[in-house]
Write a protein that binds this ligand. Structure first.
Ligand SMILES: Cc1ncc(COP(=O)(O)O)c(C=O)c1O
Length: 374
């Protein structure tokens, strides 16, 4: 099966472990096992539970404890409406494998995480891309999206909050999209790995899975929960859909690791403590970024509303890859992600979830780099 190379993952693989200031990070500052225990009000003795754990495959679809803790992130879901996967990356792939066949019509809002266009295309689907536009502040043209959904459309996909723009769709817009999907008999797949750390209010926007029987949400421990090292994600959706996904999942997952399942359960049972920490982090970092953008005439942006990433348009006569390679291999060794890896030439993606010291130290070095270009 042919599939397009995954631009962002290749870029990360090239530079992530070599840069000094990682401003390409999409995860909220990762936590240690010790920090997880502290945030969960547990003493180190808690780990004794692991000493006696026989490392079998564990519960195939995820432990009941974990599935209940996942369900609690939603308004109307039960453990039976959740299925545990190898990260959100495993979740997205399984949903497409279960739903998409050659010749199917898929609608994807772009820019997005590349899985949402390249996987359905690799499965032989015709993918209609509905673009978010810079001149509209990356806000979705809802009429365009609804017009693209036709009877026979199989899947409509979104990332909310959006990666890479940080644009956020609120409940009324999500409901309009869900209703359009229901009318057309399409599935609505929403990749919600950045849910829970929005810039305003409680930080949590409604999940599509609570809005319609034709909606599927994908979530993860990696981004808003700072635990990418668990490699654990999930699908929340109607039981019938999860049954179809399970048929594929049996071929490539069996189960996730028992230790990962255990630590993810602990984290999600203490979700508010972790999300609270991370909301404070992304809100502070975004204020720092906004102050820098205000004084830096060579970059333009639309302030993001959620998530950990946003796009900056830069003023330099370089491709985005040249710009980013020069920045990461230069004196400051600051890492951004080139827009070309996301289908957004002329932009760079910056991540504002990393710890504030890295973030504060990195931005002045970007200014120094821009000085060398002018
Ligand atoms: C929108 C989106 N979905 C899924 C993933 C994959 O996440 P995970 O680490 O849970 O596999 C990423 C990672 O960057 C992402 O940005």
């Amino acid at each position: 099966m042919q599939i397009a190379p995954f631009g962002v993952e290749q870029w990360m693989n090239e530079y992530e472990t070599r840069c000094r200031h990682n401003l390409a990070e999409t995860c909220c500052d990762s936590i240690t096992v010790e920090e997880l225990l502290q945030l969960s009000d547990q003493s180190p003795e808690h780990l004794h539970e692991l000493l006696g754990m026989r490392l079998t495959y564990g519960a195939i679809e995820g432990s009941d404890r974990l599935r209940l803790a996942i369900a609690a992130l939603y308004e109307h879901q039960t453990g039976k409406n959740t299925l545990v996967t190898h990260g959100a990356i495993g979740a997205n792939q399984l949903v497409y494998l279960a739903l998409v066949e050659p010749g199917d019509h898929v609608v994807s809002v772009v820019p997005s995480y590349q899985q949402h266009t390249s996987i359905p295309e690799s499965l032989g689907a015709n993918v209609t891309r509905v673009p978010l536009r810079e001149e509209h502040g990356w806000q979705l043209d809802i009429d365009k999206l609804v017009a693209a959904i036709t009877p026979g459309t199989k899947v409509v996909s979104l990332t909310n909050p959006n990666n890479p723009t940080g644009a956020l769709l609120e409940r009324p817009t999500l409901q309009t999209i869900a209703d359009a999907c229901e009318r057309a008999g399409a599935w609505l797949l929403c990749d919600e790995v950045y849910r829970g750390i929005d810039q305003q209010g409680s930080g949590t926007t409604v999940s599509v899975v609570d809005l319609s029987d034709r909606a599927i949400a994908v979530g993860s421990m990696s981004k808003a929960f700072s635990l990418a090292g668990l490699r654990l994600g999930w699908i929340a959706g109607p039981a019938g859909l999860l049954h179809d996904v399970t048929i594929h999942r049996d071929y490539n997952t069996i189960s996730v690791g028992m230790i990962d399942d255990h630590l993810a359960s602990l984290a999600l049972e203490n979700a508010e403590a972790i999300l609270g920490r991370n909301r404070a982090l992304v809100r502070a970092n975004l204020d720092t970024l906004a102050a820098w953008v205000d004084t830096e005439s060579r970059v333009l942006w639309t302030r993001p509303q959620g998530g950990t990433v946003t796009l900056l348009r830069y003023d330099a006569d370089l491709t985005s890859r040249e710009f980013c390679v020069g920045l990461v291999e230069g004196a400051g060794s600051v890492m951004f992600t080139p827009g070309s890896a996301l289908g957004m030439e002329g932009f760079v993606r910056v991540g504002f979830g990393n710890n504030s010291e890295v973030f504060d130290a990195g931005l002045p070095l970007v200014t120094e780099y821009l000085d060398t270009l002018s």
